[in-house]
Design a protein around this ligand. Structure first.
Ligand code: 26Q
Length: 840
């Protein structure tokens, strides 16, 4: 392999290096024989995929070990990203791309008679996450490696990822996601990295040297075993580990049971321990109260903290300096037991005084909040806590005493203030509030978009912000452009490389060079060709999966995300119904052909969300087969939305639906992926949509609907939708069609609950925003009919998205929260001939 980094990245159309090619071919063949145990004659496609993945992995491991040693020798501060979710998707081409080996592997596999693209599809998605929060963790891991931040991700190695979604007769059905059945070439089991994690039992207090000393006598022990997956940064300079914990029992067999022939009894404990890492929990409506979930949270927090404390002690010999050498980021409240566990480690196990331990804990930890929805804020019944984690409950009580004393100092006699900041919710059944715990135990608390961070200060954390001013900060989310542009949209990437020069791969701010071509006819044509090819690919996929024929030159209107009332897929399908009715009223008009594409999973227990999926599919059935429509409106619900499906849909989108009830979407990140790929956004002023508007310009985005303030006012007024329905015949007609069984002729009452919710509660303001949304959609139709102007807006969206790179987000975390250095901005010396686009 050549040493100059850029020579590994031949510009589009340039041949690959012959020497590298034969080396890679040899490496793949060697893996096939020696690691897989097959020769070329017997090898299946999957064998070839594994051989190629292992050949690549060898090259990653060299970089990994070098980076590790260098970071260790330099005594660099490390970041530990604690998350119960890492929604990674596939790693093969991601790692190839970042290593600069994509062209040479493609050529090598081609020479060996297998296509890289067909092998790529054999890798199952690592779907260890629900949605945005988990995908953010994956983007952050990639950006931390890219910026050469020494970092570890910590999470759980779930045996089953997020359920597989199958649509049967329009209804969602859930199946287990068996992603590990063919093995996982990316992970290294670290059989020697094992920690004990304890549960239950009781706490004894003894006096020792005039100090109270707590001794936890647990009732149960589980072992955590480490599995490491290397995460390669751009240009392969830095490789970090994602360390996922698997659970097992310390005693694989209970001998007493085994010796009496009670084999089930003999392995019962093992089964109980292993249950901890079996499933990923869905983010359904009421997550609280599930014992196994609390066990998962403590299991991975305890193992991760033991691991990082051990590493720190090995390097520094003492724990006083922990915060100077370790920054621990809590991805939502799910790991917030870290506050109590770090205190326990310092005070109970390492004899720190309480106050010093508290300083170290707060200086080490920081917490990211991802939601303001009150029903989604995590709490645990005190009784369950006490049974599972008795010592941690004591520690939380003691933290609370000190914290409430500060509250009393700040607002003497204000009982409401105390109740609102307390770590314990005393209203009906006492509960531990994980958000308050994470807040009090962290030196920085961040929201994920400007608006969300502002709302945190005004709503859920209003009083805590008063008590600890300057702790709340904003870190607007970002996405990794390597996956969401370079890999997902090679056509657009090549166009950018040709127009802005090779440097654009390292410096996304150079995207702005395409602005000068935004109205240029020839450039527009090339830009549209790229989009068209991506749409052809998606149209083919829709044909294969749904047996629905769609016109690739129609406007592709895309809403892809978890199904949730606040995200308002219902608003979208209502508009589809209204449009359907309008076309039927005037079939001769020149309607803009549209394909409405939906994808997303509903939590298995979220009945209403599953009914919305059924409604979308029922409407699709009628609309898609109505001869009056003549294909001018098509609706496609693509099943089993995951990272890999997103990589096909996003580059093909013309219109991005970001239509949450204002004030409810913390940020959104799909909105960024779609705009980066040239889709225009139709959206509310919510989450990061606001910042997208600020960057792309108000004329290049379609904003509609109520603002967050309006929503709050309307809620306070307690208005239902009756008034708006009375004033909007179009809305009334669409709702009536749903209620009358127009889309469910065999079962007219099927959607009665939806009709009822739309008319009488309308908590999510679907009715209140409907007219504004419908008009915004018709304005989109009008814009689509002037293709040069549409294309210009689309180009400007791409040009102005660089700020939304997760590299920018991670730089901000590094500077303001973690205090770690990052690799300085675009630093590559560009090879001759790479500047074909020229600099302005
Ligand atoms: C909690 C307790 C028990 C079981 C499950 C959960 C749980 C799991 C996942 C609760 C919430 C989640 C996921 C939340 C999530 O994805 N939030 C999204 O985070 C994105 C990244 O910041 C934002 O862009 C989205 O706006 C936000 O909805």
């Amino acid at each position: 392999m050549t040493e100059h980094p850029l020579q590994n990245y031949p510009a589009p159309g340039q041949p690959v290096d012959e020497l590298a090619l034969s080396e890679i071919k040899g490496a793949i063949l060697a893996k096939l024989r020696l690691a897989i145990g097959k020769d070329t004659g017997m090898a299946t496609k999957r064998d070839w995929y594994k051989a190629a993945a292992l050949a690549l992995r060898d090259r990653i491991v060299h970089r990994w070990l070098t980076a590790e040693k260098e970071n260790y020798d330099a005594g660099r501060k490390r970041v530990y990203y604690l998350s119960l979710e890492f929604l990674i998707g596939r790693l093969f081409t991601d790692a190839l791309n970042n290593m600069g080996l994509l062209p040479v592997f493609e050529a090598a596999l081609g020479d060996l008679g297998v296509g890289l693209d067909e092998l790529r599809k054999l890798e199952p998605d690592a779907a260890l996450g629900n949605g945005g929060l988990g995908r953010l963790a994956a983007c952050f891991m990639e950006s931390m490696a890219t910026l050469a931040i020494p970092a570890n991700g910590y999470g759980i190695r779930y045996d089953f990822g997020l359920f597989r979604q199958i649509i049967q007769n329009g209804w969602q059905q859930e199946y287990p996601d068996v992603w590990l059945s063919f093995g996982n070439p990316w992970e290294f089991q670290r059989a020697e990295v094992v920690y004990h994690v304890y549960f239950g039992g009781r706490v004894e207090h003894v006096e020792e040297g005039g100090r109270d000393r707590a001794i936890w006598r647990p009732g149960e022990t589980v072992q955590a075993v480490a599995y490491d997956t290397p995460i390669v940064g751009w240009r392969g300079q830095q490789v970090n580990a994602l360390r996922l914990w698997s659970a097992r029992s310390p005693d694989p067999l209970r001998l007493d049971a085994f010796n009496t022939g009670d084999y089930i009894g003999a392995v019962a404990e093992e089964a109980r321990a292993e249950a901890i890492c079996k499933f990923l929990y869905p983010n359904d409506e009421s997550p609280a109260g599930r014992e196994l979930r609390l066990r998962q949270e403590y299991f991975f927090v305890s193992a991760s903290l033991q691991d990082l404390v051990k590493r720190h002690l090995a390097a520094d010999g003492q724990l006083r300096s922990l915060a100077q050498k370790a920054a621990v980021q809590l991805n939502d409240t799910h790991p917030s037991l870290a506050v109590a566990e770090l205190m326990r480690i310092l005070v109970d196990l390492h004899n720190f005084r309480w106050d010093e331990a508290w300083k170290i804990t707060v200086a080490t930890l920081s917490y990211t909040n991802h939601t303001l929805l009150p029903e989604a804020l995590e709490t645990w019944p005190v009784e369950l806590f006490e049974r599972l984690l008795p010592r941690h409950l004591e520690i939380i009580y003691r933290i609370n005493v000190q914290h409430l004393a500060l509250a009393e100092q700040r607002c003497p006699g204000d009982i409401e203030f105390r109740a609102s900041v307390s770590l314990i919710d005393e209203r009906g059944g006492r509960k531990v509030r994980m958000g308050q715990l994470a807040f009090v135990g962290s030196h920085r608390i961040n929201g994920v978009s400007a608006m969300h961070s502002d709302l945190m200060k005004e709503t859920v954390f209003h009083d805590l912000n008063h008590l600890y001013p300057s702790r709340i900060t904003n870190k607007t989310n970002g996405i990794t452009f390597r996956r969401w542009l370079m890999l997902a949209n090679p056509g657009l990437t090549d166009l950018l490389r040709e127009t802005c020069g090779e440097a654009v791969l390292d410096d996304f701010s150079l995207f702005e060079m395409i602005e000068q071509h935004a109205s240029d006819n020839a450039f527009q044509q090339r830009f549209r060709n790229v989009k068209h090819r991506n749409k052809l690919a998606l149209a083919r996929l829709i044909g294969e999966r749904l047996n629905t024929k769609v016109d690739p030159s129609a406007l592709f209107d895309v809403q892809i995300k978890r199904i949730h009332e606040y995200k308002r897929q219902l608003l979208n399908i209502l508009e589809a119904i209204a449009l359907y009715q309008a076309i039927k009223d005037e079939p001769q008009r020149d309607w803009v052909p549209r394909v409405k594409i939906f994808a997303g999973k509903a939590a298995a227990s979220y009945r209403y969300a599953k009914l919305i999926i059924k409604l979308i599919n029922d409407v699709a059935e009628i609309v898609n087969n109505d001869p009056d429509i003549a294909g001018r409106l098509k609706i496609a619900f693509l099943p089993d939305y995951n990272v890999s499906l997103a990589e096909v849909i996003i580059p093909a989108a013309d219109l991005s639906e970001q239509i949450s009830t204002a004030g409810m979407e913390a940020s959104g990140t799909g909105n960024m992926k779609l705009a980066l790929n040239g889709a225009l956004t139709i959206g509310t002023l919510d989450g990061a949509n606001i910042e997208i508007r600020d960057h792309v310009g108000a004329e290049n985005i379609a904003i509609f609907g109520m603002e967050a303030g309006d929503v709050m006012v309307r809620r306070k007024q307690g208005l239902d939708a009756s008034d708006v329905i009375r004033r909007s015949p179009r809305l009334a007609r669409a709702i009536t069609a749903i209620e009358s069984g127009a889309f469910s002729p065999g079962d007219p009452a099927r959607f009665a609950s939806i009709g009822h919710a739309l008319r009488y509660l309308d908590h999510y303001m679907v009715g209140a925003d409907f007219d504004s949304y419908y008009e915004a959609q018709r304005a989109i139709d009008a814009r689509w009919q002037v293709m040069p102007a549409w294309t210009r807006a689309s180009i400007l969206n791409v040009a102005r998205m660089p700020w939304f790179s997760s590299d920018r987000t991670i730089r901000e975390y590094a500077e303001d929260i973690w205090h770690v250095p990052v690799r300085p901005g675009p630093q590559v010396v560009h090879a001759a001939g790479a500047q074909r686009g020229g600099k302005r």
